[in-house]
Ligand binder design. Sequence first.
Ligand SMILES: Cc1ncc(COP(=O)(O)O)c(C=O)c1O
Length: 434
Amino acid sequence: MDPKDLFGKVLSAIEDHHRWFNSSLPMIASENVTSPSVRRALVSDFGHRYAEGWVGERVYAGTKYIDLVESLAMDLIKDLYNVKYADVRPISGVVANLSIYTAFTQPGDTIMALPITKGGHISMGPLKGSKGQFIGGTAGAVRGLDVKYIAFDDENMNIDVDKTISRMEKNKPKLIMLGGSVILFPQPVKEIVEAAKSLGALVNYDGAHVAGLIAGGQFQDPMAEGSDTMSFSTHKTFFGPQHGAVITNDEEKFELIKKANFPGLLSNHHLNAVAALAIAAAEMKAFGKEYAKAVVDNAKALAQALHDEGFKVVAEHLGFTESHQVLLDVDEIGGGYKCEKLLEEANIIVNRNLLPWDIKRGRSFKDPGGLRLGVSELTRLGMGKDEMRRVAELYRKVLLDKKDPKEVAREVSEFRKGFQTVKYAFEEGLAYEH
Ligand SMILES: Cc1ncc(COP(=O)(O)O)c(C=O)c1O
């Protein structure tokens, strides 16, 4: 292909994508949209530079402004989470988890985490499943850890404390990974920390999903509940960019985390993203409380509205959700794969997801029985509870009334016209520029 054609094709695909997302409802729970200021940092010259190592101890010259910005990013993160130490170098949530494994475990050690079927993330997963099938989770496949599972109570959509503690006593893990990818409710962090202490195990809370809600004071604070460390990505309920971080209050543990990140896992650590993270953290400090409250209010409102429209919303008896996520059980209306595709045709972007009871009823990750909806991005675009009712109606039209998704896409597009800019930011601007 002519390189110039290729160049044109890439640019026009990016523009098409922006146009599409400008007229869609982006509801992937692990995503969010960044402010114009965060995007400005992302395209800055910081992205062309190297600054291996720690601030003040760089292996490269030319880093005085980079050092200043990285120090600000660390200070802001420490302030937001009220902790003593922060490493903002992990380039993603997976790398943040890997830095925890590298710092505190050796290949062959046992750790415990939730299985993916019950909300765990692939980065906490084993190499192989119980039947010897390949899973390839980061903990097992990359660090060589033996992963045993935390017990989950499907009815309460939460960790089963008693069963988990007895599994901890049996398996003697070095590390317990809390948090997860499907997380509707605060977990029993205090109880697990207490049991872990008596067994000499460490607890890391993976706050990838709820980091912004924690910073905004709207979700459990795992560090205040005694977690040794918290790893997280910075772009789901946090204001972006795609990056990671680790925090702790323990100096010795922090030294191990620092070494794990450099020279262990990272050479350069994407300095433009560190600058963007500093700005996002400042936005969190200024607007996080208000934003996180709006996110949780919106998730609750959406869950209730979907229930009222006739959907099977998970955890009705528990008030549906206390996070940014809502889970739908769509087993009886075509399954996750089909529903995801129909919604996508209607410009509603969500992802299919395993529900805790899916394996028992013969479903698999390819066509699970659930949809995981997130409201972080719609909230950042300025939507509130009234809009959540409108969103639920649009879901009903596609999935229950079986209207032509293309027709609904036009309605979605019209509806989105009123929500084109990023809110909770120092500089408001178009969400998806083209
Ligand atoms: C609980 C959890 N941990 C880690 C990650 C990985 O984060 P990243 O995509 O930033 O590597 C995710 C991603 O969705 C997640 O849900």
